[in-house]
Design a protein around this ligand. Structure first.
Ligand SMILES: NC(=O)c1ccc[n+]([C@@H]2O[C@H](COP(=O)([O-])OP(=O)(O)OC[C@H]3O[C@@H](n4cnc5c(N)ncnc54)[C@H](O)[C@@H]3O)[C@@H](O)[C@H]2O)c1
Length: 258
């Protein structure tokens, strides 16, 4: 018996990092998993194959989460093949540009907001409509960031998008409570994924970063995925509107050096 037997999950950004780890972890607990991918069909296929090799059910679908028509098409395809999803993990995202506002182009700002915030709006809307029509409960987990509150120089695009995502999470928790759709977010700290390429490939950089983390190390995608599984399970039934930090204590370090 898995924690998520009989459930149908859609994971955006499921070809890489936290999305890929979440897709595998959800499947390991019995959910059928649809992975939407953007950049790398081969990587998405490898996640699907790994799930199927373990006896699970999985499919992949290409979608830019910022494109309304593609998101609608993804939900239609998943619903036709697996049924209407009752778990949604919004993991698709781009990292901050590193460009201060004074030098940031509107195109850069728009690109990040569209992917990291509008994307979650579009998928969440399609998800809730599907459940509302069939009167079934469900769970949404948005992958936010500690940078929704802990801002970084050059991160206005990302920090604003993630702050918006936290607000979308809380607002939807209020709207979706009566439908028994739980809406939560996870705020990871430094997690070793392709988004943190420098930390993954440069040991000196990683050592220096680890020094700022009370737990003494960066996090793993699988640790975030385990939290996502919990938030999607019946064990977390009464949790909604929460932003759950998973950062080895990194955010507690703020101001300690002053
Ligand atoms: N790695 C970290 O330290 C960290 C920390 C906090 C939050 N996060 C968040 O976790 C989520 C997953 O990031 P990750 O670390 O696994 O990085 P990642 O780069 O491995 O994964 C990001 C995924 O998003 C997809 N994507 C990018 N643009 C897209 C678009 N327009 N449409 C659809 N998919 C798109 C990519 O193809 C990729 O699969 C992101 O939302 C990120 O902001 C990561």
């Amino acid at each position: 018996m898995g924690l998520l037997d009989g459930r149908i999950a859609l994971v955006t950004g499921g070809e890489s990092g936290i999305g890929a780890a979440s897709a595998k972890a959800l499947a390991a607990e019995g959910a059928a998993v649809a992975i939407t991918f953007y950049a790398d069909a081969q990587a998405a296929g490898a996640v699907r194959d790994a799930i199927q090799a373990g006896g699970g059910k999985a499919m992949i679908f290409h979608a830019d989460v910022g494109d309304e028509a593609l998101v609608e098409a993804a939900f239609a395809a998943v619903t036709a093949e697996l049924g209407p999803p009752d778990i949604l993990i919004n993991s698709a995202g781009l990292n901050m540009s590193g460009v201060p506002v004074a030098d940031m182009s509107l195109a850069q700002w728009d690109r990040l907001i569209r992917t990291d915030l509008t994307g979650a709006f579009l998928t969440s809307r399609a998800f809730v409509r599907g459940l509302r029509d069939t009167r079934r409960p469900g769970r949404i987990v948005n992958i936010s960031s500690i940078h929704s509150t802990a801002v970084r120089y050059g991160g206005a695009d990302y920090c604003a998008a993630k702050a918006g995502l936290d607000s979308l999470t809380r607002t939807m928790a209020v709207e979706c409570g009566p439908m028994k759709i739980g809406v939560n977010a996870i705020a990871p700290g430094m997690i070793l994924t392709p988004m943190n390429l420098k930390a993954e490939t440069d040991p000196k950089f990683l050592d220096a970063a680890d020094d700022h983390i009370p737990w003494g190390r960066a996090g793993k995608a699988e640790e975030v995925a385990a939290l996502a599984v919990y938030l999607c399970s019946d064990k977390a039934d009464y949790i909604t509107g929460a932003i759950v930090t998973i950062d080895g204590g990194l955010t507690l370090e703020q101001a300690l050096g002053a």
